[in-house]
Design a protein around this ligand. Structure first.
Ligand code: UT7
Length: 332
């Protein structure tokens, strides 16, 4: 029987990055690049790279354990796992089932979704809808990627950008509207730009073959300049639209967390929205672009540093391959 309207509370956030630090100088030893170019064009100083035997689900499990600890929930409390990833452990089955087993959870539904770097915003919308439907009470949302395995380490225009990492959030049902954490979510996609970031081979369009391997088509390809333009335009529009439809302005939010793809993109979005520098979270210098986990890692950093506290309002905006995009206004 359905009870009163369910609201959704963020109970806990956690993140994980692998131990190994790779600096720009390290990369300048394998491709024709320099610390100066990478820092000035992207804002990245270093990134974390997972160990050879660490899978995406291993990264996700580390982040999930922290989120569950911070949420003070045990394995028996979680009733669904969803994982946003573009680097699943294997193509079949989902990464979520490996996470389930490693966490010691049994029989609960698990699934992955693939929206690249907009994973946090899409995941929040899916989890929120499932909780509001009153079918689930505690959802473990994870975004994690081992991007180093789909990065072409011979291509200087992409390999300097990415890092490995994972973030997780426990979202729970509450009947108390005061505790509601999700003020609004806005999502979008445009498949006409699907070629701007793509991993061309290994799917049904071009199955793996010696030819696809020799053509390096199992690595991410990116039209950097076009993406840059789209990222600034779309994240700016998205942020303005969600604030507008909630009768809010940047003065009403405490922090802006955009997808961490390039410091120049973050700056351009910040300037367009006229957000003061101190309200903008930047982690790209330390971790590079970690895909969907980048927004959760940034959020977790703000929480651990005591900046996001009870009643803080955070606007988070994502953008990625698809193209996909999303914005969410969260209240803590
Ligand atoms: O998460 C998915 C979303 N991804 C994004 O949003 C990425 C968006 N794009 C970007 O962040 C930037 O476009 C890049 C960082 C990828 C590239 O920066 P850019 O300022 O747009 O550089 P560019 O591609 O226009 O290249 C400028 C020059 C070129 O040389 P020429 O043709 O001017 O002689 C490149 O070959 O910089 C060269 N270049 C490099 N030089 C040293 C490209 N990569 C490197 C490098 N080191 N790593």
């Amino acid at each position: 029987m359905k009870n009163k309207k369910q609201f959704v509370k963020i109970l806990g956030v956690g993140s994980y990055v692998p131990e190994k630090v790779v600096t720009n100088d390290d990369l300048s030893k394998i491709v024709d690049t320099s610390d100066e170019w990478i820092r000035t064009r992207t804002g990245i100083r270093e990134r974390r790279i997972a160990a050879a035997d660490q899978t995406t689900s291993d990264l996700c499990v580390c982040a999930a354990r922290k989120a569950m600890e911070n949420a003070n929930v045990g394995v028996d409390d979680i009733d669904l796992i969803l994982t946003g990833t573009i680097t699943s452990d294997v193509i079949l089955p989902s990464t979520s089932v490996f996470v389930q087993t490693k966490l010691g959870l049994k029989n609960i539904p698990c699934f992955d979704y693939n929206v690249a770097c907009s994973g946090l915003q899409y995941g929040i919308e899916i989890a929120r809808s499932l909780i509001e439907s009153q079918r689930y009470r505690n959802i473990l949302l994870i975004c994690g990627d081992k991007l180093s395995v789909i990065t072409d380490w011979q291509d200087r225009s992409t390999c300097v950008l990415f890092g490995d990492g994972a973030g997780a959030i426990v979202l729970s049902a509450t009947e108390n509207e005061e505790e509601n954490s999700i003020i609004d979510v806005l999502l979008g996609a445009n498949g006409e730009h699907s070629e701007l970031v793509i991993l061309p081979a290994g799917g049904s369009r071009e199955p793996a073959s010696e030819k696809t391997i020799s053509e390096r088509k199992h690595f991410m390809k990116m039209a950097g300049r076009d993406l840059f333009r789209e990222a600034v335009k779309i994240m700016g529009n998205c942020a303005q639209e969600i604030l507008g439809r909630n009768n809010m302005s940047v003065d009403d939010i405490d922090f802006l967390i955009t997808h961490q793809a390039n410091l120049r993109i973050i700056d351009a979005v910040r300037e367009r929205l006229d957000v003061p520098l101190e309200k903008v979270c930047v982690t790209i210098d330390k971790y590079g672009n970690t895909s969907a986990s980048s927004c959760i890692i940034a959020l977790d950093n703000l929480i651990r540093n005591g900046k996001v506290v009870r009643e803080s309002k955070v606007l988070t905006v994502g953008f990625g391959a698809g193209l996909t995009w999303g914005a969410a206004i969260l209240k803590f």
